[in-house]
Ligand binder design. Sequence first.
Ligand SMILES: [Zn+2]
Length: 411
Amino acid sequence: MQLRYTFRVYPTPGQQIELARAFGCARVVFNDGLRLRQQAWEAGEKYISDGALSRRLITEAKLTPERAWLGEVSAVVLQQALADLNTAYRNFFASVTGKRKGRKLAPPRFRSRKDNRQAIRFTKNSRFKVLENGRLRLPKIGDLVVRWSRSLPSEPSSVAIVKDAAGRYYASFVVQTTQDETLPPVGSEVGIDLGLTHFAVMSDGTKIAAPKFLRRAARRLKRLQQALGRTQKGSANRKKAVVKVARAHARVADIRRDWQHKLSTAIIRDNQAVYVEDLCVTGLGRTRLAKSVHDAGWAGFTAMLEYKATRYGRTFGRVDRFFPSTRMCSACGRITEKMALNVRTWDCPCGSHHDRDVNAAKNVLAAGQADNSNDRGAQVRPGLVPAPRGEAVTHPDAACSTRSVEGISVL
Ligand SMILES: [Zn+2]
């Protein structure tokens, strides 16, 4: 499977200028492509093919005085920008026609210089190279200093250079893993519900709250955002506040990702099968508002569970069919009337006493197991696994190393 390995890089001031130029050119080509396709659509013309778009916006555009400067950056970077656009369109069409499941996707949007994240991608044919001295050589950019926190397991097939909102640069390598990393089988299976008061609640009764250090960082971020709101538009203080918010934001995201990596690794290690409720389905029904506070974190977290399950030979399933998991008794299947958000426990006429969230998680587990044992089972296991950002497990043994994970002492 494909994995993404991300490292901090430290471009020199000169290289930062070259990178800014490359980010800019990629953005222009992306936006040109989007504009052309939008215009064609509005004029009732047919969809411009990927090949025709590339010819017009890269090869031919470089010959015009308005776009001659595209020649100053690697052509691969420009091709990859168009590849992103093509993927965005394909996903959008698949979503419209119903071929792609889940939340409906919006059509691609224009990129802006003010976007929080700027990125370019180099593929193998751009001849990027990791040098003997540990630097990363990029065409028309130079040799970048990389902080190698671990080694790459094999030769990367591509590398993206990303600049985040806090002004930090990263090199993100896509690497194909070949070795069999299947973990020894275990007997337990688990269902996970997105809790109301907890980050996640498991069918075995474990409740996982976001750790204190994460909540503290989130509170600090909120305070900084409020401070930003009080500054005058266009003032120097506002500029300073914007940078502070961006840094705090990046910090919260980092802390959350690290924590989720540890948690997801522990869950995959300890269970043979993991089932989660599908967020899109959750959105259809109950308690949307209350749960939305966790949404951002939950999507990333379930993506981690999914690819780790594939990597380590476990089963992962999203329970994507709509059922009232909260109101259904996991013991007898009876469905009770709607409950207010503040009702934490309830009793079923069958005699069962339920914790609201644990009961929901048990229902998720049962539904996942049912899906997996009938013919839908083939669908439950993911096929292609997207390489997620910030993969933290480097060595297969690392998945078995720590028993205690900060913030989930109950595990
Ligand atoms: Zn019951």
